[in-house]
Design a protein around this ligand. Structure first.
Ligand code: HEC
Length: 125
């Protein structure tokens, strides 16, 4: 009985550690979603549950379908052109938002970029 309790405690502790690691790894897109809801949602539809935004700004899922290159998307956000305002985002915020936007693309993702940056990502997910 005592052994079982110990095992359970170990399993719980282990589970927490795994969860913490997962939350960190997946945190970028989640942070991006928060930033998008706070700073972009007044003009863009940034999430499927958002119902209204400016008619001039494309929805983030539309952007995800058209802009498949993370680098180019990041470059646009570093130096956006009118009518899209310059939001003065940090490098980290841009990375988070780019991950979030790319996560909205329902299609299978293209193979990893030649620079190998994405080589640790699972191939089918
Ligand atoms: C004041 C309104 C406004 C806000 C706020 C805004 N945008 Fe935009 N954004 C626009 C408009 C309008 C366009 C369309 C520009 C065009 O058609 O050339 C645009 C275009 C874009 C594009 C390019 C879309 C394409 O067609 O390829 C991206 C990416 C983008 N916005 C991301 C963001 C992000 C990320 C944020 C928040 C950090 C944000 N925008 C906040 C108005 C806004």
């Amino acid at each position: 009985m005592q052994l079982r309790r110990l095992t359970l405690a170990t399993a719980l502790a282990g589970g927490t550690a795994i969860f913490a690691t997962f939350a960190l790894a997946a945190g970028d897109a989640q942070r991006g979603a928060l930033i998008a809801k706070r700073w972009c949602a007044s003009c863009h539809v940034v999430a499927p549950d958002q119902t209204s935004a400016s008619a001039d700004a494309p929805s983030f899922s539309d952007i995800a379908r058209r802009r498949t290159d993370k680098k180019k998307l990041g470059h646009f956000l570093m130096d956006p052109h009118p009518p899209m305002p310059d939001m003065h985002l940090s490098r980290k915020e841009i990375d988070d938002i780019v991950s979030y936007i790319r996560s909205l693309d329902p299609r299978p993702q293209p193979p990893a970029e030649p620079d190998g940056k994405d080589k640790d990502l699972p191939k089918n997910g």
